[in-house]
Design a protein around this ligand. Sequence first.
Ligand code: T4K
Length: 378
Amino acid sequence: MEETKSPGFSEPIWVTRPRLPDLAAFAEALRPAWESGQVTNGGRLKRELEAKLAGCLEVGHCEVVANGTLALILMLEAFGLRGRKVAVPAFTFIGVIHALRWAGCEPVFCDLEAGTWQVDPKGVEVALEGGAEAILGVHLFGMSCRVAALEGLARRHGVPLLFDAAHGMGGRLNGVPLAALGDASLLSFHATKPFTTLEGGAVVTGRQEIAERVRLLSDFGFDSEDHVLFPGMNAKMNEAEAAMGLVTLPRLAEEIADRGRVAGVYREGLAGCPGLTLASLPEGLESNHAYFPIRIEAGAFGMDRGQLMAVLRGHNVFSRAYFETLGSDLPWYRDLASAQAEHLPESIRAARETLCLPMFADLPLEAAAKITAIIRVA
Ligand code: T4K
């Protein structure tokens, strides 16, 4: 329980590490942009990446932008949701809630289903009955929301169904790429994600008018050199990021397979550990293993999440308490009716109990096994 400086690992094991491509391959991919001098503002590599992504995501349109946060803001704006209420899980990355605010939307916080990390469709229904005009489901940690239930709600209430698939690149539900579900989804290509452009993101949609609006909004709203159609911003992806995407995209399947092997070692090593709950993957999900979350029930486990983090740290293992900060607790949101603790018991529990173990493609399987052994004797 106390922080030991044991021989654990000689080098730190971080919660994640990008598998970067060979530097020469990256430089080679960037060369056409370098030689042409067109290094941003809708360059050739960006367009090539968009076409490749739309193909592999099996969806009509993929607009790549500077990061996932801006993708979310532009997606909300493109759906005309400024000034509207949007149903969103309380348990998610705080950047999601801030993005709603930047887009001029009011979050309506929804709780999780008991014992899971999935937003509870019943809570979403209450939010819609209370005036929410869109659903933003979040496919957390490489898992998936209850998509069919949310589709039914969106249909019945006549509201757009949007997904935050920031963690979901490469994942599939019943054979369909996660990012292709709903009316539109956002992706994050941050360095901590299985597919990375260093920084980057995208809005993915089958609806051409939405894609077109996102593209214009990401470039100040210009639809020609001297004409502005929307009050846009600068959210453009540059050619260096696009080149990185073109090099890393063909490696995604291998990345996911290697992560899957790490997840397998964790699952085997931690199965049946009292007080420790592993994720039960939704039926039909092929996860991309973006994260490896566990839950620690202090009573049954013998120590709480923070104490386990300290034990791991003592062995040079840096797990993370994603997402211990709930938006519903922060000053900008906590006075909202939906932010009150009595509506969010499962989210509060998840924020207290969730721990993400190191998860990346290059994590040696022996290291993953050793981490499970440390946890078992903690
Ligand atoms: N929606 C959801 C559900 C999200 O989780 C996120 C972002 C978004 C939307 C928005 O997408 P973006 O706008 O970010 O594209 C990370 C990421 O910055 C963020 O992308 C992510 N989700 C969030 C959950 O976490 P930290 O605070 O974990 O980053 P940091 O710097 O502490 O890195 C963690 C570990 O990764 C380090 O210990 C070392 C390693 N690392 C990190 C970076 C950045 C590397 O090895 N190399 C690197 O370059 O934020």
